[in-house]
Design a protein around this ligand. Structure first.
Ligand code: NAP
Length: 446
């Protein structure tokens, strides 16, 4: 892939890239089937992605007619790569094996290595015979909704498809590599004013937050709404607060350090709670929650924004769900897409039914939602919260940071891009959006 790296950096066009020979193998971050038991008996927090994530050459798979090969310039760490690398809640090889049974093309995925990564920016190198809208040389980003377009259940909202998958988590050949194999209907234009790494980090978290808050499939939010955002400076949260502010709402962000409070204030979020400083103990012990702590939290939220939140943007799960259901306004919505701290949730149902609240589940985004969320990035209305950058060879260190909540926003990974800052094609738009705004998280994290 070195030849492709040089050609892309030198500005080769699609015809030139299309004429170059593809290699037989490529550098990729992956976990191995024969290592799924390596952390048996080890506590979750001690399971170390640096041990399980390997970076080495793997064979280039064959291309299906509806797919494209992508030269990956940059990618990002999502929490799903943490889950895969610590083999929790399940080793992801089970997903690959199931995909392998679906079709001849699916069988390519059931390998003894799983190439991870659910975000990418890069350049199309080849397209399959059924691909109409993309060609070699196109600069793109990838969203991770991997659907079978011949499945009728995929044709209302593709997130409702029976065999919907997340690329690079429930499928193989993901983005943390020099080359990726993606379906043509995962491709979207790369924002021309962003570098490869700034463009690479957005699709997964931005699209997820968009569906939860902006799409009619989510909460949905309206002007004036107060929205409580857990982890307001994290991967999902840093997009959620942007969507709330863009939509005329008021975010109340929760974070866990004065540094993160400061970052969000600079980002334009006025109401921020430092949960570590407040010392909330929603759980008295492993089995018992403390309603007085929910009340104290609710009081702090009201003190900042004058009323209970119309919407709670949930993802920490077990640790916070009781409080989220309690503090949400009468007839409000708790929209949830995850359970980082535990998925067996407990809340007081009286507060839900007596106050006619709704808990709404949400998962990634369909192509339309991802496309619309990407357009906001292309227009400069959503900026990339890139805080740190690692070379692909150090992907384990990057995943370790996310596993231990040591990061802010998103961590980018340089794949073929030889250095930071390349790939900006529209410096005028960049100047209009504002260098300071685009690089706020990066400068803050430096
Ligand atoms: P992230 O970058 O690690 O951010 C999560 C934030 O949540 C952290 O910054 C942290 O902020 C906060 N947090 C963590 N544990 C908490 C706790 N016990 N109580 C309160 N706050 C806590 O991760 P992310 O990318 O936002 O992803 C978050 C979760 O969503 C993960 O489980 C991920 O797998 C899932 N996810 C699901 C989808 C989907 O489509 N279903 C998409 C994206 C992500 P502070 O420490 O500053 O409070």
């Amino acid at each position: 892939m070195q030849a492709f790296r040089e050609a892309i950096v030198a500005g080769a066009n699609g015809d030139e890239l299309g004429a170059m020979a593809l290699p037989e193998s490529y550098r990729a971050a992956h976990v191995r089937r024969d290592e799924v038991e390596m952390f048996a008996g080890v506590d979750s927090a001690e399971k170390d992605p640096r041990k399980s994530l390997h970076v080495s050459e793997v064979p280039v798979p064959e291309l299906a007619p509806d797919e494209a090969y992508l030269a990956v310039m940059a990618s990002s760490i999502n929490f799903n790569t943490v889950w895969t690398s610590i083999f929790e809640p399940l080793p992801t090889f089970g997903f690959l094996d199931r995909l392998g049974k679906e079709s001849a093309w699916g069988a390519r995925h059931a390998l003894d290595h799983h190439v991870v990564g659910s975000d990418a920016s890069g350049v199309v190198l080849r397209v399959g015979s059924a691909v109409r809208n993309w060609r070699p040389g196109d600069k793109v980003v990838v969203h991770c909704n991997y659907v079978d377009d011949q499945d009728p259940s995929a044709h209302d909202d593709s997130m409702l498809a029976a065999n919907q998958r997340i690329w690079g988590f429930e499928s193989n050949f993901g983005g943390l590599a020099d080359l990726a194999v993606v379906k043509a209907n995962q491709l979207m234009p790369k924002a021309r004013h962003l570098s490869w790494e700034e463009a690479a980090i957005n699709a997964l978290c931005n699209s997820t937050a968009y569906r939860m808050l902006v799409s009619h499939n989510g909460a949905p939010m309206k002007q004036g709404d107060r929205v409580l955002v857990w982890g307001g400076s994290g991967g999902l949260g840093s997009y959620a607060v942007q969507h709330v502010m863009n939509g005329g709402g008021t975010p109340v962000a929760v974070v866990s350090s004065p540094d993160k409070v400061d970052l969000l204030h600079k980002f334009g979020v006025e109401a921020v709670i430092d949960r570590a400083a407040a010392g909330y103990r929603f759980w008295k012990d492993e089995h018992t929650q403390d309603e007085s702590e929910w009340r104290r939290f609710g009081k702090d939220v009201r003190a900042l924004v004058g009323a209970e939140p119309d919407i709670v943007f949930e993802h920490p799960g077990r640790q916070t769900m009781g409080a989220s259901v309690f503090v949400c306004k009468r007839a409000g919505t708790i929209v949830t897409c995850a359970a980082t701290s535990g998925y067996m949730i407990e809340y007081d149902n009286r507060h839900l039914w007596m106050k006619l609240k709704t808990i709404k589940g949400s998962h990634f985004a369909n192509y339309r939602e991802a496309w619309d969320a990407n357009q906001l990035v292309c227009d400069g209305k959503v900026v990339p919260p890139l805080s740190a950058l690692y070379p692909l060879d150090h992907v384990g260190d990057a995943a370790f940071q996310v596993h231990h909540n040591l990061h802010e926003g998103k961590i980018g990974v340089l794949c073929l891009a030889p250095e930071e800052g390349l790939g900006i094609d529209d410096p005028e738009l960049r100047a209009r959006v504002g260098e300071d705004r685009i690089t706020l998280f990066r400068r803050h994290g430096a």
